[in-house]
Design a protein around this ligand. Sequence first.
Ligand code: ATP
Ligand code: MG
Length: 335
Amino acid sequence: RNHKRHTTCRNDINMLNAPLLALFESLIPSDEEKLKQKQLLTLLENLVCKEWPNARLFLYGSCANSFGFPKSDVDVCLQMDLGDVEKSEVLLKLAKIFESDNLQNVQALTRARVPIVKLMDPVTGISCDICINNVLAVVNTKLLHDYARIDIRLRQLAFIVKHWAKSRGVNATYQGTLSSYAYVLMCIHFLQQRRPSILPCLQRMQVTYYVTVEDVECAYFDQVEKLQNFGAQNRESVAQLVWAFFHYWAYCHDYANDVISVRTGSMISKRGKDWTRRVGNDRHLICIEDPFEVSHDLGRVVDKHSIRVLREEFERAAEIMQYDPNPCVTLFEPY
Ligand code: ATP
Ligand code: MG
């Protein structure tokens, strides 16, 4: 930890700007890929509506939040009135319908934390997860999408961080590391914290969008086209931001006491949330508050072992940005 005090880089950080921007461009899905996703959604819509005419399909996750890679799965939420039918029953029925329409690898996971049907479309090669009535995920997808429209540097930073996390094997909740959703929240919070700030806190502004989902009130300012110049006072480049992001998580974040909160645009205390001790399997070793389900810590999957892995990866990334002769390659080397 002897680099703690280094706040300047030996690398001329701005030399990394062009290669990082080129990397970002290469990670954005093409219009063709977006079109394929739309086609798949239409196909599913037609199949579903034959059986349930009042059902509606929504995209969520990375194909709709603008942080998706070309190869990302398509996440679909089926919204319908279940009446007194069991969710698992509907999922099994869905699986049958998809199978008889020649969709591949159809699987109903009725006992997962979020029960889904998985499938692969042989025409486009796209894989897809379909869940039922997971409306909060649709709403938090919109929040991420709205933040992305305010300042392009959010997408640039988040694509690079996600690419790094996938390359380094620290983007798998079943292994105790963080979800893509968690990484994007970390990026939003980080840009809210810059001085001058690059992103506002939409949930602290006038409410222009409001829904209640299962007793959770989701309210924020969504007229983001009015915020196009919000971050203009801050001239930091994407290279500076990537470096500062890793530096923050390597050396500056107070893991023992702090929770990052996009909802408030600031840091809040673990003590205030009663996230100071382990309850069951939830440990709170790195705390990321969900913007709507505020009792939900996205870091709860991280355990004693994986917190070490994560922090070592943050330190590695920060050091590479500062000292490595070829950071844009080394940073993303497979683990
Ligand atoms: P990837 O490109 O890795 O597939 P993704 O954005 O689809 O990225 P996931 O982590 O697979 O990310 O999550 C899909 C969506 O599910 C998120 O965008 C979010 O809306 C929702 N989601 C995921 N995890 C949680 C969670 N723990 N709590 C609430 N919503 C979540
Ligand atoms: Mg996904």
